[in-house]
Design a protein around this ligand. Structure first.
Ligand code: BEZ
Length: 221
């Protein structure tokens, strides 16, 4: 089955993009990366998504995350579409601040398991779904999310999950439901009470539960 699983080294594919031919790992250098795919150029939902992504590039930069988009049209189409995207943002003449991969032969879309069988173009070919891949500095896949073509993504949520991924890559914690930066986090279950006390100088509070089990442990990272 095509696709990439969590923990896999992300394929070091070569592709044509709006900034020329790239080799993916060289493009990423030592940064985190986010690759988001789009069903097609010059489509409404995709345009709003790319415009939103362009508007918050500083947020990705702050987190050390390199952005790259993908769609199944040509570099020429991508370049023309980018002008619409930036105009939609009220920034006519400003270049799109990240590249778009031209997967016009759908080779990457097949390799990465990105095709949406429910969305067929006028030639009967499937379009790409809205995939999100977050890749760590070790080039391994840290997160993937898959939306159908008909549902636009929430880029605030993508920033939130990147904050969680970057925090949990450094500390032995996990982020609870609806967590946002600054909130308390959970101590991971594999840490003993003694290890948790030593690791978290801000203290660990444990919620009493009917089971008597001491697994709901909060700390301020
Ligand atoms: C869109 O981006 O608006 C879109 C693309 C393909 C199918 C449905 C919506």
């Amino acid at each position: 089955m095509p696709g990439v699983l969590l923990g896999d080294v992300f394929p070091n594919f070569e592709a044509e993009t709006t900034i020329g031919r790239i080799k993916f790992h060289n493009f990423l250098e030592d940064s985190w990366g986010i690759l988001f795919s789009h069903p097609r150029d010059f489509t409404p939902v995709c345009t709003t998504e790319l415009a939103c992504a362009a508007g918050i590039t500083d947020e990705f930069k702050k987190r050390g995350v390199k952005m790259i988009a993908l769609s199944i049209d040509s570099v020429e189409d991508h370049t023309n579409w980018s002008k619409d995207v930036m105009a939609f943002n009220g920034e006519t003449g400003t270049p799109l601040p990240f590249p778009i991969i031209a997967d016009d032969k759908r080779l990457l879309s097949v390799q990465l398991g990105m095709l949406d069988p429910d969305e067929i173009d006028k030639d009967g070919m499937p379009l790409t779904a809205r995939c999100v891949f977050v890749i760590g500095p070790d080039k391994k896949l840290k997160l993937s999310i898959l939306y159908p073509a008909t549902t636009g993504r929430n880029f605030d949520e993508l920033l939130r999950v990147i904050d969680s991924l970057q925090l949990t890559a450094q500390k032995k914690v996990a982020t609870p439901v609806n967590w946002k930066p600054g909130d308390k986090v959970m101590v991971i279950p594999s840490l003993s009470e003694a290890e948790a006390t030593a690791l978290f100088p801000n203290g660990v509070t444990c919620k009493e539960l009917p089971s008597g089990k001491k697994y709901l442990r909060f700390t301020q990272p």
